[in-house]
Design a binder for this molecule. Structure first.
Ligand code: ADP
Length: 503
């Protein structure tokens, strides 16, 4: 007989020994694997112990009725193809056994050919059932996989910060994520909604370009849109076509990227560049003016005037050089280019040497400086050059913007986890609106008192950058015409080390 590569497993349950063993021999000679049981209970136990493809169950057995055995076996495996065999065939039992899931009914006595023909058909049925089961299982697994894929896609889509929104070529919403809803301030929209009219007109216009052309052209359109006034939310929306598998247009995907912060930085940068250009232009123009006058014979400039112009040019160029150097310092700090040498510094010592360094300037204005050290340990971990720069800028300002014969008070003490350094002067002071702009690049107070004082307007912005890079803070108190106090807080870690945000 023709059977599958795998040998069919048959269970024969019959109380007639001769028939049982004869059938077993016959089937084994035909390529089956046959197991036998001499009563219903033994048959059920065998069915539990190993898998069978086919079962031949005698209807009349001393312990259990064949119909009962059939029921039990089908409970164990509903896909076993079962035959009921009996010499007492009746129409009713035939109906009942097929109702209970028997595949067929074999009347006894049967010839080997009759039996083999039935078993062959039954085995084909069994293979069909198994194949159908396999397909069903695969389909279920695939469905599960699709469902899982969908949830995963949704989770991924919702976790990206870019907004994504897909419409089909009739403008109906096909897919979106939560970021898109947030940026576009859309509530209550559903898949299938026609949304072109409720999108920002710039996006609708780009989507329509694709929909109107009704063919797939692999181009993208991109535009920047201010979605909230006062530059509160600026996005870059990019629309690209989505193709069908056959290459025709399926829809349009819009990706929305929040560029508010990048725009702000860009604005600050271009403002800074224009400020720098403006600041550099003034001294250069002045020097060119002086040289032009000297060179132009028609002005008939006398030698002592020439010297005056050259002196003034020298001062201007010195100022320009100082500004370029300050700008270079700022740029190095921004680019994190300078290599820091972090070591333990005695801040009291730093203040003392800064005063020594500025002694000449102090003397010129007759200013007295007092240093009060209110901590037993005034050390912290920092870069010597940066800390020198920080206090040189502050103390030289306290001299420059002081009154003649004024004074400067310096004080160091611990304040919680910080070293607090106070720099107070008895100088010209600041008005509230001036104080507010103090740390902006190029900001300089312009009044009668500051007229003759040279500077770049970058010193305090450098101070701020240094303090920030050590995760410190600055406070300013000032009274116009009375004096100004800067309070610098530099953090000290518990083990006595300061922390730094720049490596
Ligand atoms: P500058 O090179 O002009 O001194 P800074 O950035 O150091 O630049 O300071 C910016 C401006 O802040 C100064 O031009 C001055 O008008 C004001 N300023 C700074 N320090 C003091 C101070 N101690 N007292 C009064 N005004 C000050």
């Amino acid at each position: 007989m023709v059977v599958d590569d795998l040998k069919p497993q048959v269970l024969i349950i019959d109380d007639e020994k001769g028939l049982r063993l004869g059938t077993k021999r016959l089937l084994e000679s035909e390529g089956f694997i046959a197991d036998v049981a001499e009563n219903g209970t033994e048959g059920i136990n065998l069915a539990r112990s190993k898998p069978f493809d086919l079962a031949i169950i005698d209807l009349k057995m001393p312990d259990l009725d064949g119909i009962e055995v059939l029921k039990e076996i089908r409970k164990i495996d509903p896909n076993i193809v079962c035959f009921i065999a009996t010499a007492y065939a009746s129409y009713e039992t035939a109906i009942e056994s097929t109702k209970l899931g028997a595949y067929s009914y074999i009347p006894k006595p049967f010839t080997p050919e009759e039996l083999l023909l039935q078993l062959k058909k039954g085995y084909e049925k069994r293979l069909l059932i198994l194949e159908a089961e396999k397909l069903k299982k695969e389909r279920e697994e695939r469905l599960l996989e699709i469902a899982y894929e969908k949830t995963r896609l949704k989770t991924i889509l919702n976790s990206i910060t870019e907004g994504a929104l897909v419409v089909n070529k009739t403008g109906e919403l096909v897919l979106y994520n939560s970021s898109a809803l947030k940026y576009l301030d859309l509530h209550e929209i559903f898949i299938g909604d026609v949304i072109l009219e409720i999108l920002p007109p710039e996006i609708t216009e780009m989507i329509k370009k694709f929909i109107d052309s009704n063919e797939y052209i692999p181009n993208s359109y991109s535009t920047q849109i201010e979605l909230k006034p006062n530059k509160e939310l600026i996005v870059e929306a990019t629309c690209s076509p989505v193709p069908h598998a056959d290459g025709s247009l399926a829809g349009v995907v819009t990706v929305i990227r929040n560029i508010t912060e990048a725009k702000k930085v860009e604005d600050i940068k271009s403002q800074f560049v224009s400020m720098v250009a403006h600041e550099l232009k003034t001294p250069v123009a002045a020097v060119i003016g002086f040289i032009k006058i000297i060179l132009d014979d028609t002005f008939g400039v006398k030698p002592e005037q020439q010297k005056d112009f050259l002196n003034r040019s020298y001062v201007r160029l010195n100022g320009l050089l100082a500004m370029v150097n300050d700008l270079l310092d700022i740029s190095r700090m921004e680019l994190r280019k300078t290599q820091r040498e972090i070591k333990e510094l005695d801040i009291a010592q730093v203040l003392k040497s800064t005063l020594d360094f500025l002694e000449l300037e102090l003397k010129k204005k007759g200013i007295t400086a007092n240093l009060s050290i209110g901590c037993s340990d005034c050390h912290l971990m920092a870069d010597q050059n940066e800390i020198n720069r920080l206090f040189t800028n502050l103390i030289s300002n306290a001299i420059k913007y002081n009154k003649d014969n004024g004074s400067i008070d310096l004080e160091i003490k611990r304040s919680g986890n910080y070293l607090r350094i106070r720099v107070s002067d008895t100088g010209i002071g600041l008005k509230a609106e001036e104080k507010a702009k103090l740390f902006q690049e190029f900001f300089r107070v312009k009044n009668d008192k500051t007229r003759g004082i040279s500077g770049t307007g970058l010193g305090l912005s450098i101070v701020k950058r240094i303090v920030d890079s050590y995760a410190g803070k600055i406070e300013v108190e000032s009274e116009f015409n009375v004096g100004t106090t800067f309070l610098i807080f530099l953090p000290i870690k518990e083990n006595g080390q300061s922390s730094s945000t720049q490596k």
